[in-house]
Design a protein around this ligand. Structure first.
Ligand SMILES: NC(=O)c1ccc[n+]([C@@H]2O[C@H](COP(=O)([O-])OP(=O)(O)OC[C@H]3O[C@@H](n4cnc5c(N)ncnc54)[C@H](O)[C@@H]3O)[C@@H](O)[C@H]2O)c1
Length: 303
């Protein structure tokens, strides 16, 4: 989508951090925006911010738990009642559950997968038919993370969900390309937000582990003062992240990144894969003739 003026965006987790950054940038660019979020306090704060931006007339805020499929379907209906058509879905709600796989409980796993991955499918399942129906084109942005491209130890569940979001986005992009509906995997590095507050929203059904104990809070990260200052210089603001997403939509970018400092890690990872797979020109050519979609997918070349 090149011309976004007058189009409508639905942003999950839109009342805080990156989601609010996107909402502000989209509204300032002349889009209608639905801000959907679980937390009432975040919605109230976002409402004040968006009012101060002078964009309230183009914004609707709604309380939504993206893991509740019935409520999500009702929210999609409400979005269409408010603005007629939805063109852009930003599957952004997520929890930064920073726990190693070895320490995690069933509850940790189920909760993170429910929000970070399952809800992304729910969003697509609900909005894709609506985007197809109006026929004006559309775009879907799935917020993964740098942790969707590079693992970091101590956060194995998070890493697993975010890698899945990248794969989901690539597959969906290939599926929807013939229909002119774009898909981007958004992989931010550090962005200032409330992501460490995730335990505040842990629902009752995931509170007690199946092992019988109470799920312990995640360890979080520990940095000294000097590290913290250096880290701040590498951390983007939510609005900067939102601007990069807006540009990514206009360019129909497959990947949207915020943090070039991760490039060496990406190069190392792909070099390791290349070393492991080896190289056999005759086999590669034979496979390209048989299964070009998998061996050399056009979605990587287009991006
Ligand atoms: N901040 C970063 O550095 C960073 C880096 C990489 C990826 N991300 C990803 O960005 C996305 C947004 O995170 P953020 O950093 O802005 O954090 P944030 O906590 O500031 O915002 C997330 C919002 O999602 C909402 N939310 C949580 N569970 C929900 C649910 N079940 N239904 C609806 N809304 C729900 C929260 O209430 C919150 O307002 C997440 O997917 C996160 O994994 C963040």
């Amino acid at each position: 989508m090149k011309d976004l003026t007058g189009k409508t965006a639905f942003v999950t987790g839109g009342a805080s951090g990156i989601g609010l950054g996107m909402a502000r940038v989209f509204a300032r660019a002349g889009m209608n925006v639905i801000v959907a979020d679980l937390r009432r306090d975040h919605l109230d704060e976002a409402e004040a911010v968006l009012r101060a931006d002078g964009v309230s007339a183009r914004v609707r805020l709604m309380q939504l738990d993206v893991t509740d499929r019935t409520a999500y379907a009702a929210a999609a209906d409400e979005a269409e009642r408010a603005f007629g058509k939805v063109h852009l879905l930003c599957n952004n709600a997520g929890i930064g559950l920073a726990r190693s796989i070895g320490q995690a409980s069933y509850a940790d796993w189920d909760w993170a997968v429910d929000i970070n991955l399952n809800a992304i499918f729910t969003g697509v399942h609900l909005f894709l038919p609506r985007i197809r129906r109006h026929g004006e084109g559309g775009h879907i942005v799935n917020t993964a993370s740098m942790a969707g491209i590079l693992q970091y130890s101590g956060a194995g569940i998070y890493v697993t969900t975010k890698f899945a979001v990248v794969g989901f986005s690539e597959a969906l992009r290939a599926e929807l390309a013939p229909e002119g509906i774009g898909v981007s995997a958004f992989c931010p590095g550090g962005v200032r937000s409330n992501i460490r507050d995730y335990e505040k929203t842990r629902p009752e059904r995931f509170a007690v582990t199946q092992e019988g104990g109470t799920a312990a809070p995640g360890p979080g990260f520990s940095f000294n003062e000097a590290d913290r200052a250096r880290l701040a210089s590498l951390t983007a603001s939510p609005e900067e992240a939102g601007e990069l997403v807006l540009q990514g939509i206009r360019d129909n970018a497959l990947y949207i990144f915020t943090a070039p400092e991760f490039r060496p890690g990406i190069e190392e990872r792909f070099a390791a894969i290349q070393r492991a797979i080896g190289h056999d020109e005759a086999r590669e050519q034979a496979a390209l003739d048989l299964i070009p979609n998998l061996v050399g997918s056009p979605i990587y070349r287009e991006a």
